[in-house]
Write a protein that binds this ligand. Structure first.
Ligand SMILES: Nc1ncnc2c1ncn2[C@@H]1O[C@H](COP(=O)(O)OP(=O)(O)OP(=O)(O)O)[C@@H](O)[C@H]1O
Length: 531
C-alpha cells in the first residue's frame, strides 16, 4: 500500500478514536517513506519528535500494523530544519467581565499552513465511532483582546534579594491550595495567568490545551472529554505550574462558583495518610471527589507512594464518571513514571498528554522584555540577547538572572549595559566558558556552515553563495560581539564601513521576511553558543 494512503487511514483512525490528537497529526506530521517493516514520519516541529516517541509511538505502531495487516514499526524522523523557530507573542484571553471568550482548540493550528485534504474515511472494523472533535476548529479568536494594563512599577526591595525570586512553587508543598472562594489564605498566584504566559513552539500544545480546559468552565457544552485528564509534562522551571495557576485564575474570574482544588501530589499524599491515621476518610473523599476541577502538580511523586495509588485511582474514576476535569503536571510522561502501576499510567495517558520543552531564544527574549516592561525598565537589546542566548533551558533561571541584574543595577546605581550584565551575571554565565567568541571564530563558523573558504568570504568576489555568508558573518560579529563598524570594516577587509552597515541591515530585513535566512542565522548562533 502506498504510504500516503496508509497515513490517511491512520489519520482517519486517530480522528475517530483519539480526536484530541487529530489536528496535531494532520497539520504537523507527514509520512516521508516506508519500507516493508517501517513507516517513517516527520513532524514539522522538533518538539513533536520527542512527544510522539514518548507518548504515542507505540499506539501508532499498533494502528499502522492493523491497517497494514502485518507488524510495522514507526520511526519518527526530525524535521529537516530543526532550528527554525516561529514563536508567537503571547495572546491574552479576554478581559471581559461578563462574556467569556470562545474555546481554543486542543492543539495549535499553524497560521501559515493549510490543512491537508480530509483523509479517506476507512474505519477499522473494531473501532466504534466516538464523539469526534470538530474537524474544522478555528484557532481561538483573540483579535479584539487587549493585554492587561501593566501593574504599577515597583522596584524590588534591594534589602532582600531572595524576595526578588518568584517563590518556588515547591514551597507550597504540604499546603492545600484552593481558589480564593474556598480557602484563606489564597496561595494561587494571581500573576500566573494565560496572559502572562509566553507561548510558542516549545509550549504551544500545553498552553492551548490548558486554555481550552479552563474555558470549559464557562462553556460546559463545549467540554471535550478527550482532553480529560490533561497531563502536562516537561523539565523543571518551564511553566507547568504557571499553567495550573492560570487555569485556577481563569475559573476564579469567569466562574467563581465552581469548586477547584489545586494541590501538589505531596499534599494529596499527606492528607490521605492523615485521613487514614485519623479515621477521617469520608471527609477526605468528600473533599476530593466533589470537585469540578482537580489540579495536581508533580504527579511523578505518586510513583513511589504505594499507599496513595488505590485512592488516586478511585478518586480519578469518580471524577471522570462525573465528567469533572483533572489536570496534572509531571516532569516526565506517564509511561516514564517509575513504579506507577499500569492502570494509573493508562488513566493518566487517557486524555491529552501535552509536552513543554525548553524555550527557544526568541521566547526567552520575549519573557525578558515582558519582565522589564512590567517593571518599567528598559533592557538594552544586547543585554536581552546576551541573557537569552546563555540561559535558555529554564525560565525560572532566566527570571532569576533578570532579577539579579535589576537588583545589582539598583544597588550600584548603574545603568544596565552589556558589560554591567556580564559582570553581574558572571556566576550564572561564566565568561571564560569554552572558546572565546571572536570575529575569527564567527567567520570560521559561518564558513563551515556554508561550506565556503575563508579567503573567499574575506575576498571581493560577489557570487550570491559568498555574499550571503559574508553578510551574515558581518551581522553576527556586530550583534554578538558589538564591534564597531570601522573595526569590522578592517576585519572583513572592506574599503568602507558602510558595507558592514548595509550588510547588517540587509540581514536584519531578510530575517524579518525570509524564514530560511532566519533559520540559518539561528542555527549559526546555536553553533556559536555551543562552542
Ligand atoms: N512560558 C512562560 N511565560 C512566562 N513565564 C514563564 C513561562 N514559563 C515559565 N515561566 C515562569 O518561570 C517560573 C517557573 O515556572 P513554573 O514554576 O511554572 O515551572 P514548572 O515547570 O512547574 O517547574 P517545576 O517542575 O520545577 O515545578 C515561574 O515564575 C513562571 O511564571
Amino acid at each position: 500500500m502506498d504510504f500516503f494512503l496508509l497515513w490517511e487511514q491512520v489519520l482517519d483512525y486517530i480522528n475517530k478514536n483519539d480526536s484530541q490528537y487529530y489536528q496535531m497529526f494532520s497539520y504537523n506530521v507527514f509520512p516521508t517513506s516506508m519500507t516493508d517493516t517501517t513507516l517513517v514520519i516527520t513532524p514539522n516541529k522538533p518538539y513533536l519528535v520527542r512527544w510522539i516517541n514518548g507518548v504515542y509511538r507505540e499506539k501508532l505502531e499498533q494502528i499502522v500494523s492493523r491497517i497494514a495487516g502485518k507488524p510495522m514499526k514507526v520511526e519518527v524522523a526530525p524535521p529537516p530544519d530543526s532550528t527554525a523557530p516561529s514563536p508567537q507573542m503571547p495572546v491574552p484571553p479576554a478581559q471581559k467581565e461578563a462574556a467569556a471568550p470562545s474555546p481554543a482548540p486542543a492543539v495549535p493550528l499553524p497560521e501559515d499552513e493549510e490543512p491537508l485534504p480530509t483523509p479517506v474515511p476507512q474505519p477499522l472494523p473494531e473501532t466504534p465511532a466516538t464523539d469526534p472533535f470538530p474537524k474544522e476548529v478555528a484557532p481561538p479568536d483573540f483579535s479584539n483582546l487587549k493585554p492587561k494594563t501593566a501593574d504599577q512599577v515597583t522596584l524590588p526591595d534591594i534589602r532582600n534579594y531572595e524576595s526578588l525570586h518568584e517563590p518556588s512553587l515547591f514551597d507550597t508543598l504540604g499546603t492545600t491550595v484552593e481558589t480564593k472562594k474556598n480557602f484563606q489564605p489564597n496561595p494561587v498566584n494571581e500573576e500566573y495567568t494565560f496572559e502572562t504566559f509566553v507561548h510558542g513552539n516549545c509550549n504551544e500544545i500545553a498552553y492551548q490545551a490548558a486554555y481550552a480546559v479552563a474555558q470549559t468552565a464557562t462553556n460546559p457544552n463545549q467540554a471535550d472529554q478527550k482532553m480529560n485528564p490533561l497531563f502536562i509534562y516537561g523539565p523543571s522551571g518551564l511553566g507547568k505550574t504557571h499553567l495550573l495557576h492560570a487555569i485556577c485564575n481563569y475559573i476564579h474570574t469567569y466562574k467563581p462558583s465552581l469548586s477547584v482544588l489545586f494541590v501538589s501530589s505531596e499534599t494529596f499524599t499527606n492528607e490521605l495518610i492523615d485521613a487514614i491515621q485519623n479515621h477521617t476518610m469520608p471527609k477526605f473523599r468528600a473533599k476530593y471527589r466533589n470537585l469540578d476541577f482537580l489540579l495536581i502538580d508533580d504527579v511523578q511523586f505518586f510513583g513511589s507512594k504505594d499507599s496513595t495509588k488505590m485512592e488516586i485511582f478511585n478518586t480519578f474514576n469518580e471524577l471522570f464518571d462525573k465528567k469533572k476535569y483533572i489536570i496534572m503536571t509531571s516532569d516526565r510522561t506517564p509511561s516514564d513514571i517509575d513504579k506507577l502501576e499500569d492502570r494509573l499510567q493508562s488513566r493518566f495517558s487517557s486524555g491529552l498528554v501535552a509536552p513543554i520543552s525548553p524555550p527557544d531564544y526568541e521566547i526567552c527574549c520575549i519573557i525578558l522584555q515582558k519582565r522589564a516592561e512590567k517593571m518599567g525598565i528598559t533592557l538594552p537589546k544586547d543585554v536581552v540577547d546576551y541573557i537569552a542566548s546563555h540561559i535558555n533551558t529554564n525560565v525560572r533561571e532566566l527570571e532569576g538572572a533578570f532579577n539579579k541584574l535589576v537588583t545589582f543595577s539598583h544597588i550600584k546605581k548603574e545603568p544596565i549595559t552589556l558589560s554591567f550584565a556580564r559582570e553581574a551575571l558572571k556566576d550564572q554565565i561564566p565568561i571564560e566558558s569554552g572558546q572565546e567568541l571572536t570575529v575569527d571564530f564567527i567567520i570560521d563558523t559561518v564558513c563551515k556552515y556554508y561550506g565556503v573558504k575563508k579567503e573567499k568570504l574575506l575576498g571581493n568576489g560577489r557570487p550570491k553563495r559568498i555574499v550571503i555568508p559574508r553578510q551574515i558573518a558581518m551581522y553576527l560579529c556586530r550583534n554578538e560581539l558589538h564591534e564597531s563598524y570601522p573595526t569590522l570594516r578592517d576585519c572583513f577587509k572592506r574599503k568602507d564601513h558602510s558595507t558592514v552597515l548595509y550588510a547588517c541591515e540587509r540581514v536584519e530585513n531578510d530575517m524579518a521576511k525570509d524564514p530560511q535566512t532566519r533559520a540559518a542565522v539561528e542555527a549559526i548562533k546555536k553553533l556559536l553558543r555551543n562552542r
